[in-house]
Design a protein around this ligand. Sequence first.
Ligand code: NAD
Length: 298
Amino acid sequence: MPQILEGVPVRTQILNGLKPRVARLSRPPGLAVILVGDDPASGQYVRNKIRACAELGVHSEKLTPPASTTTEELLKAIETLNHRPEIDAILVQMPLPPHIASRKVLEAVAPDKDADGFHPVNVGHLVAGRPAPRACTPAGIIELLKYYRIPIDGRKAVVVGRSDIVGKPMALMLLAENATVTICHSRTANLAEECRAADILIAAIGKPALITADFIAPGATVIDVGISRISDAAEAERLGKAEDFAKNGTAWVGDVHPIGVRRVAAAYSPVPGGVGPLTIAMLMTNTVNLAERHLGVS
Ligand code: NAD
């Protein structure tokens, strides 16, 4: 059985480290969250973020324009937040409705209030190795690897997925930690062979159980970022999720085959319970870092 890389203790350690930093500030850090429309999943994500703020002593504000809002209205709201000194960080919950120019909206957030680290200026800082807000999910994975003392320096890391929010920033963060990094994607030839070269394999694809045991080198560390909902009982059973399915009528599964990985890997972050808990902790980290910067605390 591999070592199971649980996210909760890492989250606890990160949040405990932030508490005294928040207490030292002359005012609470401020996070504004923009939630457009009434998508239930997005609504739940935002509630979790607001709850994390309350627990940490971060001031939060939620703006909830209707799904019919326009790009121009959103740009105006962001402009107002950009100018408010007590707001340190701004988060636009994705996805936005299809009629909204998402890229334009994300790029309207001032780079020094960019809670999610998605602004091209901050991506540039990541490439250049300068401190800046970092994409939360990959930043959380680096914290997970460090917490469990998984060596990164000099190791071969393979990232499957090249999205702007997970795959690409993940590869850059691993590079900054001196890994030798390969990025794979939907056009990669011989995906299994590429993956088998990895000491650290990161799967950020969104295809349930695509990464089977034959993709994994014996002794590798496997980080499963994907989250898919399984609504077929037979599939849940095949993936060892029958108990979850019986309880909830549905089951969550990652990109990594949960039974296969346990036969080969030395360490594995499960879904749920691995990477998931860390994303909000890193959002809080970005928010506190930005507040310290705005208040001149180094
Ligand atoms: P995305 O759809 O933007 O990107 C998926 C990537 O996978 C693409 O780059 C694509 O090239 C690659 N891909 C698709 N099919 C492939 C295949 N057959 N072989 C190899 N590569 C393939 O997704 P994303 O936003 O990067 O998210 C990926 C997964 O991670 C999703 O399941 C998402 O829900 C999950 N996620 C989890 C968290 C978390 O907090 N745990 C955060 C963000 C995303």
